[in-house]
Design a protein around this ligand. Structure first.
Ligand SMILES: C[C@H](N)C(=O)N[C@@H](CCCCN)C(=O)O
Length: 467
């Protein structure tokens, strides 16, 4: 008897783009929540007595448990051991719980409790609301990074051999749109109810995101059923083993791409936190205008990333793209560092942001689809977890390094600003040179990656799409 051939769900274009839309929309909400209070620094200072230092610590708390308690390594192992559905639901719930705690920290209901009084009784320069918000944001951080690695593995599952880089590029583009949206919407929400209202909206969005993840799991279950994936059909050699972690950390391709990743992202995300103040001081404009220029950055990356992804699918050249990205990263930071303020106008600022935005498209678009070519599928989740963990160390440490470099290279400036002296500004030359230094190292690492690719035949320069 002739066996009926089953058309897998991921062979259907409609099904795989629907799967992508479901998980990407959740990442939109997740990235929205990451920066939900970013534009509200002054409101938090007035309403909740959060100093700029306290505000800065909030950013670091997102990575704290992932880095120091190795949660990102655990998340990768959980993903490989328990599968995509379990990990997506866990990540979604963790984000909602963490966000809920952060919202509660900003409500009068918490401020009136004995718990708040106790939290406020030690390290008194950090208000109780901030302490609880740190805990909430650290829990959210576990969820959002877990979601990030699971979404990457999910895209590989549906798109490998097809439009993989385009799909990853589109997912990142949707996430970047979340960053843009937060800068537009959060101030409006805060005008009608303060920062807690913005966080509440972020929480509501995350609940919707959780439901989208849940909806996706039905598609995932159907695909697994068609593929015949079950505990019975997975042979022991296909299963993830803890010893695979050693394979990941001794894989030369993984080490090269992780080093490139931490260097590249250390010159991107921490820069984003300082960019508004840097441009305001260099262009001698107010914070609002400077923020408007900076908002071109995620939007530029959002528009370009899918196109670069498409190019990588049909033409390849992933490792070369990462080298070009590192060059543009270095050039843009050198312009910020070395062009004197007198010759640095709005046009130069926007052009430089566009160059940086292009780098921010080239490297992520080629880096994330490269990992499945370097490591085996059965420990791909752990590899994504490990690379995120290494990257998170940089994202935690570099803002502290930059803050220290800024203070050290501008003696007396913070004291004058605190004393309310008008017209005093920081000079960002040293921090910008540090960012440019990361770019140079990333450029060198790009060549190392190209060399190990040639030696080990990973195929990083080959197209993703099978003809
Ligand atoms: C911050 C986070 N760990 C990260 O690296 N995000 C990347 C995207 C990673 C791939 C997501 N599926 C980014 O460029 O935003």
């Amino acid at each position: 008897m002739k066996e009926k051939a089953v058309t897998l769900l991921n062979e259907s274009k409609t099904a795989r783009w629907i799967a992508l839309a479901l998980i990407s929309t959740t990442m939109f909400f997740a990235y929205f929540f990451v920066d939900v209070v970013a534009p509200l620094q002054s409101m938090l200072e007035t309403d909740y007595k959060w100093t700029p230092e306290v505000f800065g610590m909030l950013g670091g708390s997102e990575f704290f448990l992932n880095v120091f308690a190795f949660f990102l390594i655990f998340s990768g192992v959980i993903l490989d051991k328990m599968g995509i559905r379990f990990t997506l639901i866990t990540a979604g719930l963790t984000m909602v719980i963490g966000a809920g705690l952060k919202f509660y920290a900003l409500t009068p209901g918490f401020a009136d409790t004995g718990f708040a009084a106790w939290l406020g009784s030690f390290i008194t320069w950090v208000p109780a609301s901030a302490k609880l918000a740190f805990v909430g944001f650290a829990i959210f951080g576990i969820g959002v990074e877990m979601a990030g690695i699971t979404v990457s593995k999910t895209i590989v599952k549906w798109f490998k051999g097809k439009e993989m880089a385009l799909a990853m590029g589109l997912e990142m583009a949707v996430a970047r749109l979340g960053v843009f949206a937060v800068f537009r919407l959060t101030p409006i929400f805060a005008e009608n109810g303060g920062p807690s209202n913005s966080v509440l909206w972020g929480l509501v969005f995350l609940c919707i995101g959780f439901l989208l993840f849940l909806t996706y799991t039905f598609m995932d279950a159907k695909l697994d059923k068609q593929m015949g994936v079950s505990k019975l059909t997975t042979s022991p050699e296909d299963e993830f083993k803890l010893s695979d972690l050693k394979k990941i950390f001794t894989n030369p391709g993984f080490l090269a791409i992780s080093a490139l990743c931490v260097l590249f992202y250390s010159a991107i995300f921490p820069f984003q936190k300082f960019a508004t103040d840097m441009l305001a001081s260099k262009l001698n404009v107010d914070i609002k205008s400077a923020a408007a220029y900076v908002s071109f950055f995620p939007i530029g990356a959002m528009i370009l990333t899918p196109f670069i992804g498409y190019f990588l699918d049909v033409r390849g050249k992933g490792a070369t793209m990462m080298i070009y990205g590192a060059v543009l990263l270095t050039v843009s930071h050198l312009i910020f560092a070395l062009v004197p303020a007198e010759s640095f106008g709005v046009v130069t600022a926007i052009l430089t942001i566009v160059i940086l935005g292009t780098a921010f498209s080239l490297v992520p678009a080629s880096m994330w689809p490269s990992l499945p070519k370097i490591v085996e599928d059965r420990y791909l989740g752990s590899a994504y977890g490990a690379i995120f963990w290494i990257q998170n160390i940089g994202l935690l440490a570099v803002p502290i390094l930059i803050g220290w470099a800024l203070t050290a290279s501008n003696p007396g400036v913070s004291e004058q600003i605190a004393a309310g002296v008008e017209g005093v500004k920081y000079n960002y030359t040293v921090p910008e040179l540090i960012f440019a230094g990361f770019g140079v190292l990333a450029f060198i690492l790009g060549f190392v990656l190209k060399f190990v690719d040639k030696k080990n035949g990973y195929g990083l320069e080959l197209p993703n799409k099978k003809k």
